[in-house]
Design a binder for this molecule. Sequence first.
Ligand code: ZN
Length: 317
Amino acid sequence: MDKDYPRGWAELYSWFPDNAACLNYLERLRWPSGFECPMCGVAEEPWRQTRGRLTCSSCRHQTSVTAGTIFEKTRTPLTTWFAAAWYVTNQKTGASALGLQQVLGLRSYQTAWTLLHKLRRAMVRPGRELLGGEVEVDETYVGGREEGVTGRFTRKKAIVVIALEIKRPRGYGRVRLRRIPDVSADSLVPFIRDAVLPDAVVLTDGWQGYKPLSRESYTHKPTNIKASGDPAHVSMPGVHRVAALLKRWLMGTHQGAVRPKHIDAYLDEYTFRFNRRTSISRGLLFYRLLEQAVVTKPAPYEDIVIRDGDPGRRRRS
Ligand SMILES: [Zn+2]
């Protein structure tokens, strides 16, 4: 499928006037070379029924393009989902649930909040490529204020580990972020394995949690910041820049009102935006988001509620 996407709100509404148009678009994103039965794998044109139901002509399995995706069992019209995806990707810095509710004229704040939350889940591409070349890794602390706690020990703040590709002579590549429970090697090293190619050069400070990297396949280049005499932002400029941008973004877009239990979703959104910061086309971001949405597994609403500890809001999106 050509990367075709609307160029503005007017085109969005004329391209996607109803559910059928949305289903058609999602189908081309999910099965670019034609329908493939998720049960038997046969690639033949399915029988089409009402409400987007598809029946495999070989094994009779019934499915739909939204089954097994973030859109599964949604009660919100797909046209609203599409408008939400458009709004999210067209906000230069980020979208709040209140802003989304107002722009789309949604009656329920909770619907807006849930749509946003599910779209954020789709912002991190499953099976994405690992970072390579030279990669800076360091941790930062985001969230609530905390007094009298210094260094790497914290109770209220979330610890976020950052991996960033460094380009020579200048510039940055892609970023990966993860919230970790502590700064032990048991938390740091698995993140690096998941985020960074085995033959990469990994730049860290001299923290002991990074020591095991020398036994991995990486070329580990620790800098003892105290011994070097440089403050951390000089020897690790990239990750410190990302950390500063992340904190400013959380403060600016979300007024810092990010509870630690919600932080994973915000990290996903930030990663999506950072890694596509040079995309000149907002429409392409919309395309990418929906493309990822049809390969992102559903999170039943109850899961989101439990994970985010938001009881009392039990309506489905
Ligand atoms: Zn089949």
